[in-house]
Design a protein around this ligand. Structure first.
Ligand SMILES: Nc1ncnc2c1ncn2[C@@H]1O[C@H](COP(=O)(O)OP(=O)(O)OP(=O)(O)O)[C@@H](O)[C@H]1O
Length: 364
């Protein structure tokens, strides 16, 4: 388990990461410059926060107030850098043994390097140098160097960013397989939402040095707390409207003259609100079945992007001829696009399922 409450001011940037992560893979997801790498460096003991605490499995490795600041090698943290940071003049075996604690007896070191080479399937590469390895093999060596000292937590800083998409997919799978036996916390830094979703069970969204939301990957994706989180998680359709009581004691949001029913499942006050719906949650409705649907809207496709397996449709609800403007972004499978014979200019019926409309809290 990892518990963080960090504060560090730099010129023009204020890092204030508050985060607790259990023994699982958690993604620290955020745009460039949001403070992801600084957070990892602080956990590893490579930069010193001005104030705050860092606990690893209940053990305090940093506490500014109490004057505790354990050296990196005493924290039991494995760190895999973005560019792997292998020593070019050391062999694979040499790079791996660098991860062992100083003073490890020679026969123990040889055994442990052997075990690691086996786990990484690099036995026949022990005497190779980094420049003689593929990107994937280099990544494995970097991971092995981080794991060889039996760390309690593992920090991975954008481990796939340097790779092309095809290799990236294979290596994500490989990495998950290799980490299956790791029992502690794994914190993966990424600025790729899909990668965060694929690799991690929990996602923490970092922006401007602060964690905006942390939750299960489903929660973060489908129940963003605020507009800022919704923007980071590509919710796309953020609707600003007026909340009022609906006809059956439920809640409606009046948006662009339409009464949209929303399942709020909690307290809500009348007045101006924002809600969101993801592009894949907007339903396209066959015209002959339109009347049976709730939250039905009529619109016109003003733009579309074919992406192979699916299409992004941009739909305007107004009858005007302003082609650049759209009100909703919708994601549909190519098969449905074909079946419904969709094209730019076509009129479509849409439904916004009440349980997919999600109310946003005001940004702090
Ligand atoms: N030594 C430093 N001195 C001053 N500012 C710094 C220092 N290191 C980082 N920063 C600033 O802190 C902010 C966060 O940097 P950080 O490297 O943690 O971002 P990141 O989220 O990891 O970004 P990326 O995804 O691009 O790697 C940035 O605005 C950066 O310019």
């Amino acid at each position: 388990m990892l518990e963080l409450a960090l504060d560090r001011r730099l010129s023009g940037f204020h890092l204030r990461t508050q985060l607790t992560v259990g023994d699982e893979i958690a993604a620290l997801y955020g745009p460039s410059g949001s403070g992801k790498s600084l957070t990892l460096l602080a956990i590893a003991g490579l930069i010193r926060p001005t104030s705050g605490t860092i606990r690893i499995n209940g053990r305090t490795v940093f506490d500014a107030h109490a004057g505790i600041d354990l050296a990196p090698h005493l924290r039991h943290v494995g760190l895999v850098f973005q560019d792997y940071a292998l020593f070019p003049h050391k062999t694979v075996a040499g790079n791996l043994s660098f991860g062992l604690a100083r003073g490890t007896p020679k026969n123990k070191a040889i055994d442990r390097v052997g075990e690691m080479l086996h786990l990484l399937r690099l036995e026949s590469f022990a005497q190779h140098y980094p420049h003689q390895l593929s990107g994937g093999q280099r990544q494995r060596v970097a991971l092995g160097r981080a794991l060889i000292g039996h760390p309690e937590i593992l920090l991975l800083d954008e481990p796939f960013s340097a790779l092309d998409p095809a290799v990236r997919e294979t290596l994500r799978r490989e990495l998950l397989q290799m980490l299956a036996d790791f029992k502690g916390t794994i914190l993966l830094v990424t600025h790729d939402l899909q990668e965060a979703y694929l690799m991690a069970s929990t996602i923490a969204i970092l922006d401007g040095g602060t964690v905006l939301q942390k939750g299960s990957r489903e929660e973060v994706l489908h129940q963003p707390r605020t507009r800022r989180v919704a923007e980071h998680t590509a919710a796309k359709n953020i609707l600003r409207g007026i909340a009022c009581h609906g006809q059956e004691g439920d809640w409606d949001i009046v948006w662009r003259g339409h009464h949209l029913r929303i399942d709020v499942g909690g307290q809500m006050a009348p007045g101006e609100v924002e809600c969101c719906i993801r592009p894949e949650d907007v339903r396209l409705v066959w015209p002959d079945r339109a009347e049976q649907r709730v939250n039905l809207l009529r619109g016109r496709i003003v733009h579309e992007i074919g992406r192979g397996l699916d299409y992004l449709l941009f739909v305007s609800l107004s009858d005007g001829d302003d082609r650049g403007k759209y009100d909703l972004e919708i994601q549909v499978r190519s098969r449905l696009h074909h079946l419904m014979m969709l094209h730019v200019g076509k009129e479509v019926w849409l439904s916004l399922p009440p349980d997919r409309l999600h109310l946003l809290q005001p940004d702090e």
